[in-house]
Design a protein around this ligand. Sequence first.
Ligand code: AHR
Length: 503
Amino acid sequence: MKARVVVHRDFRISTIDERLYSAFIEHMGRAIYSGIYEPGHPEADAHGFRKDVLKFVKDLKIPAIRYPGGNFVSAYNWEDGLGPKDQRPVRLDLAWRCKETNQVGIDDFAIWAEEAGIDMMLAVNLGSRGLEDARNFLEYVNFPGGTTWSDKRRGNGREAPYGVKMWCLGNEMDGPWQIGHKVATEYGRLANETAKAFKGFDPTIETIVCGSSNDGMPTYPEWEREVLEECYENVDYISLHKYFGNKSKDTLNYFGKIEETGRYIQTIGGVIDYVKAKKRAKNDVHICFDEWNVWYHIREEDGRRIKEWDWPEAPALLEENYNFEDALFVAGLLNEFIRRSDRVRIACIAQLVNVIAPIRAEKGGPAWRQTIYYPYQFASLYGRGDALNIAVDAGTYDCSVANDVSYLDVAGVHDKEAGKLTLFFVNRHLTESADLDVSLHGFANPTLADHIAMEGHDLSETNGPITQDKVVPTRGSGVGVEDGKLKGKLRPLSYHVLRLDVA
Ligand code: AHR
């Protein structure tokens, strides 16, 4: 397959907001308990956090993390997680039909986030609760002292406020499964009042309002219009969620879902523009894609288990084993976020540890990196700078979710300060290599500095606690710069990160 690609340093989409590579972690399954937190584990630090897991987290250079939910937040009392651990209440988690021991609360999680070097993005409960509890939470987290809630925080050992700037106004409020589910205007009004109060407290706070739970919801995209019409001036982002899978075992169609996601982003961009115009508003609202990942391998099985179980504590849940095909998918989806970075400013992989996660950890046992860890890591490490608008001519295919899907998926990021151009490629072709001919315009003396590849695997290969390094990146070969052009071959079903030194 001939693959003609044109890159120009001046064809800029936008400067990428580094929060495009954020993550999400929820009190559910073994994400927190025996995921990041396991006192008694040989790797536990003085606070009970697992150092082996923390190391993998740090290597991802994650800028921000959304916490504590997810569906969980819609019936969560944040103050249950404060103070001496032996006095914290055990509550029913109505979202996942489990028991929540509250051994990790906001002050504990903040310690972990600080250790990991990640900013917190906190969600408030607008399901079973409302503005009153949200503003108390804000006061506890962000006010210096001398008030009821800020002094409680100081009494709990944390003198300085956390200074959290990103606040999610509930979670998936359009979903009938959500505790305290609302209709759009009802939610939009509550979100507006909450956002107004938060911005009155501190105008530099950024608020994130819930869009649809996914683009298959019956109320999509009317939900977004109605909600934004209620709160446009007081919000900075609207959230999008989408999970993916290949149940039909049709690899090309699976990859086509990335194209479909592009349409989803484009549609919500259109709704934002429409409401902005209708309201004669001055402010911009961007997209916060704060839940995305592959979720299908054991989804149905988990659904059955949840219905049957008797309120367990931190059971294994949504522990998907990701294969090589999923890694190629995730690489392509991250490319789409880079291409759409003018609209999508924040995105969170859902989730981070054990629950639909790039990192897994056995209780009392080892931690390991799943296949999808690597494309997420490389996007986060090297996908910072200016996203470039790249022309690709490599042949296309039609599938049931999209037409004209390019066999070669490309995104490019120019980091001017570092003098680096990074090109991320996925060759989606099932049988043919991509014969690359990449012209590089506006860059003086480009030289290939690094070539990382994931290739040559069966699509079903996975990593596990024993065979941890079956699907890992390797040094790529066969690509080089000739007469100012990047030339070479990319094997079928392969992922490549090509880093060039550019002047
Ligand atoms: O990430 C798992 C769940 O998926 C979240 O709790 C919810 O927001 C979404 O439906």
